[in-house]
Design a binder for this molecule. Structure first.
Ligand SMILES: NC(=O)c1ccc[n+]([C@@H]2O[C@H](COP(=O)([O-])OP(=O)(O)OC[C@H]3O[C@@H](n4cnc5c(N)ncnc54)[C@H](O)[C@@H]3O)[C@@H](O)[C@H]2O)c1
Length: 252
């Protein structure tokens, strides 16, 4: 049966695939027929992800993404061992929550390096003619903090906003080869990491942090399903966009 969202015969590289949103994207894309290359730091947790994938031929690679100079050789190794890529999801990311007056230049640099610079370096290295099939698709996981002010997240929000504006430029530059680049901006998604953070809050702060979502909080599946659409041929005419997946938070 024809399925416009099929990812059959597509090879998709996913960063941050050892947990949360990245792991769920790997599971969902494998359910749609993709071969997954899971990338993150922790090999054991990457193996756990692989054990949850459907189909065969998946693999995983460990890297510390803040060492941006290592990305070029990692991409070469991945493509040598697995063939050309059809898609990328950049889901690796960190948060640094504190009032702006306490953030140091080093905090900004670390957050930008992991959330933004490493993602753009990976996309630049991996989308060359040698490594990436024409018609492929790139998905960058940004955040609704690219659009709204959440206090305590100046470094994180700036890094996610930069992702959205940079993605538009990549989309324009890569359109020559029919490669598409889009962002997904999720609201609060109940990943294990987010749940641990919420558990540290007192009752008032917990209510504040989790209120304002007309459809309730999100699940990793909500982001993963959007990524399937953006990686599939169903979205062949969609590029340079920022897809907000937030249960209605930003419409109010
Ligand atoms: N959970 C949310 O509510 C939410 C909302 C909006 C956006 N996001 C974004 O979604 C993405 C995934 O978030 P999550 O909640 O699943 O977080 P998570 O902490 O569960 O996953 C983060 C992943 O990034 C990887 N990672 C982090 N630093 C790395 C580094 N230096 N080198 C290599 N890998 C590294 C981790 O290994 C892990 O696999 C992040 O970019 C986050 O900013 C999350």
């Amino acid at each position: 049966m024809f399925n416009p969202f099929s990812l059959n015969e597509k090879t998709i590289l996913i960063t941050g695939a050892s947990s949360g949103i990245g792991r769920q994207c790997a599971i969902a894309c494998s359910n749609m027929g993709a071969r997954i290359i899971a990338v993150a730091r922790n090999t054991e947790r990457l193996q756990e992800t692989l054990s949850q994938l459907k189909g065969e031929g998946h693999s995983c690679y460990s890297i510390e993404l803040s060492n941006c100079d290592d990305i070029k050789s990692l991409v070469a190794k991945i493509v040598n061992e697995n063939g050309k890529l059809d898609g990328i999801i950049c889901a690796a990311g960190i948060e640094r929550t504190m009032p702006a007056k306490l953030l140091t230049p080093a905090d900004y640099e670390e957050v930008f390096r992991i959330n933004t610079v490493s993602a753009f370096e990976l996309v630049s290295q991996a989308t060359t003619v040698k490594y990436f099939n024409a018609g492929g698709s790139v998905v960058l996981i940004s955040s609704i903090t690219s659009l709204i002010a959440r206090q305590g997240t100046a470094a994180y929000s700036a890094s996610k906003g930069a992702m959205v504006s940079g993605a538009r430029v990549l989309a324009a530059e890569l359109s020559k080869r029919k490669i598409r680049v889009n962002c997904i901006s999720p609201g609060t998604i109940l990943t294990p990491l987010m749940q641990n953070f919420l558990d540290t809050l007192n009752e008032d702060d917990y209510k504040k942090r989790t209120s304002g979502f007309p459809l309730g909080l999100g699940k990793p599946e909500d982001v993963a399903n959007a990524s399937i659409y953006l990686l599939s041929d169903a979205s062949r005419w969609v590029t340079g966009q920022n897809f907000v997946i937030d249960g209605g938070f930003t419409i109010q």
